[in-house]
Design a protein around this ligand. Structure first.
Ligand SMILES: C[S@@+](CC[C@H](N)C(=O)[O-])C[C@H]1O[C@@H](n2cnc3c(N)ncnc32)[C@H](O)[C@@H]1O
Length: 237
């Protein structure tokens, strides 16, 4: 079965289902921005302390992570891509022109999280260079979203918002491996159109809730809608 369930919230279309079956049913997008299963058989119970988790779900293994990841179905969905974790399958990335890096360390102490990587990489074709953002995220030491432990490989909204800035404001974004909906939350905050797909019904529900809240609770990171430029008085004389 393709689409199991579908919810629309504002400019976000959220689909419960297997993205490999759902994507052929969708039209084309401007950009795929995603954080797929890396194919590394990540075991969150070894790298997160149980005390850190408000919900046990964030210690579950990631669906699909025990087998090598094939990014090729993503490239037919949009001309532009930003794919996190792509250093784990870099030989399968077509047309990568630059890398985005997220330095997760505590820059004060350069503390290394237990079993965690110092930084994460995204392959992209939206820049010809390399770029880095520093945003502390190791165990309890988090620069943002300290009370929101909902997914074992959850990304900070701040980091995904940063990478969306490499795209055009009008770009229609697809995240086929939505998880807890971080890309969707960042799209809401930046006023972008978004479609997300997630296979796990618990994460799908969490994503719906986070995206709904993002619309209800705009914060200081929300870019105000751009106003049309008023013609100057003198120009009308
Ligand atoms: C690395 S996680 C994404 C985490 C996300 N960046 C976040 O901040 O919450 C990858 C997600 O892809 C989902 N997934 C794996 N295979 C899938 C498939 N075939 N279709 C849709 N979702 C899938 C997993 O359930 C997991 O939630």
């Amino acid at each position: 079965m393709g689409i199991i369930r579908e919810v629309t919230i504002g400019d976000c279309r959220l689909i419960l289902g297997d993205c490999l079956k759902v994507m052929p049913l969708l039209g084309k997008f401007d950009a795929v921005v995603t954080d797929p299963p890396y194919g590394i058989n990540y075991n969150p119970t070894r790298s997160q302390s149980s005390a850190s988790s408000g919900k046990r779900k964030n210690q579950s293994k990631v669906i699909g992570d025990s087998k090598p990841f094939d990014p090729s179905p993503l490239f037919v969905m949009a001309p532009k891509f930003i794919i996190w974790g792509a250093n784990n399958f870099s030989n399968k990335i077509e047309g990568c022109s630059g890398w985005l890096a997220w330095d997760k360390r505590d820059s004060g102490t350069l503390f290394r999280g237990f079993m965690a990587s110092d930084f994460e990489l995204a392959a992209s074709n939206v820049t010809g260079r390399t770029h880095v953002i520093s945003h502390k995220w190791c165990g309890h030491l988090r620069q943002s979203e300290r009370d929101l432990y909902v997914h074992p490989t959850q990304k900070p909204v701040a980091v995904i918002s940063w990478c969306l800035d490499f795209l055009n404001k009008q770009d229609f974004i697809l995240d086929p491996f939505m998880g807890s909906g971080t890309t969707g939350v960042a799209c809401v905050k930046l006023g972008r159109k978004f479609t997300g797909i997630e296979l796990d019904p618990d994460y799908f529900d969490i994503a719906c809730e986070r995206i709904r809240k993002a619309y209800e609770q705009p914060d200081m990171f929300v870019a105000p809608p751009e106003k049309p430029v008023e013609p100057k008085q003198e120009a009308m004389l």
